[in-house]
Ligand binder design. Structure first.
Ligand code: ADP
Ligand code: MG
Length: 241
């Protein structure tokens, strides 16, 4: 198990957003997280890469215990790549510079090596020809693929995706999902919050249904999507499918 989460709770003041999440993710596993807006999906991912501090519980990622006060947060963040709904590329840097930035700044990787690796990653996401353009020349789908390449540049052990296609025009969703599917096929461990049920069904090894701050149901996609016993899951799926 590369990720172990035990009774994770997160409060914002009086509001308890995560009410005790327990789950594990195996190496090379792809876990899709679905659930209504406000159910705590983003908060869950943000706790995993320490953008949010958990209120209680335990998270162990690749051997790092996040509740240990001595844990090196930067090391944890290097192991955990994250891709958001909004791409947040640096507008005044070229596509390649965006991808090279973290390895050079954080890892102190030599420029030449970072450039080579960056070009390799851009090729992987199908954007080798865009290396020298600025982000404003890209479509949303291309920007999101750059954001994926940028996250991969740190050689993460795990990739977290928070609704990576939700901000995209429908015709651009497929190219981003295709890149994610390739990553999954290569064995990347992934947690993907998504409303793309087709992707969850096809690529997910497991689907977690979050509702009101808990894991309301989880299982293999083919089982979960056929589970008509769970009233809230059925009603959610009825709205998104
Ligand atoms: P989801 O991603 O499933 O839509 P979120 O994790 O974004 O859900 O949010 C879960 C709940 O936590 C929501 O009620 C939201 O308003 C609340 N919330 C999220 N972030 C904060 C914050 N920084 N401060 C206060 N409340 C927050
Ligand atoms: Mg969210």
């Amino acid at each position: 198990m590369i990720i172990q989460v035990t009774d994770l709770k997160k409060n914002y003041g009086q509001l308890q957003v995560l009410k005790g999440i327990t789950t594990q993710v195996a190496e090379r596993e792809v876990v899709c997280v679905i659930g209504p807006s406000g159910s705590g999906k983003s908060t869950f991912l943000r706790c995993l890469n320490q953008l949010e501090e958990m209120t209680s519980g335990r998270i162990v990622i690749n051997g790092h215990d996040l509740s240990d006060p001595k844990v090196d947060i930067n090391k944890v963040r290097e192991d955990v790549g994250m891709v958001f709904q909004r791409f947040n590329l640096f507008p005044h840097k070229t596509v390649l510079e965006n991808v090279m930035l973290a390895p050079v700044k954080v890892r102190k990787m030599p420029q030449e090596q970072a450039r080579e690796r960056g070009l390799e990653l851009l090729k992987k996401v199908g954007l080798a020809d865009k290396a020298d353009v600025y982000p404003d020349r890209l479509s949303g789908g291309q920007m999101q693929r750059v954001a994926i390449a940028r996250a991969l540049a740190m050689n993460p052990k795990v990739m977290l995706f928070d609704e990576p296609t939700s901000a995209l025009d429908p015709e651009l969703v497929g190219e981003v999902l295709a890149v994610m599917k390739d990553l999954a096929r290569e064995g990347m461990t992934m947690i993907v919050v998504t409303h793309e049920m087709g992707f969850a069904r096809e690529v997910g090894d497991r689907v977690i249904f979050m509702d009101q701050g808990i894991i309301m149901a989880e299982g293999k996609p083919e089982e979960l999507f056929e589970d008509t016993q769970n009233e809230r899951l059925r009603s959610f799926l009825g709205r998104v499918l």
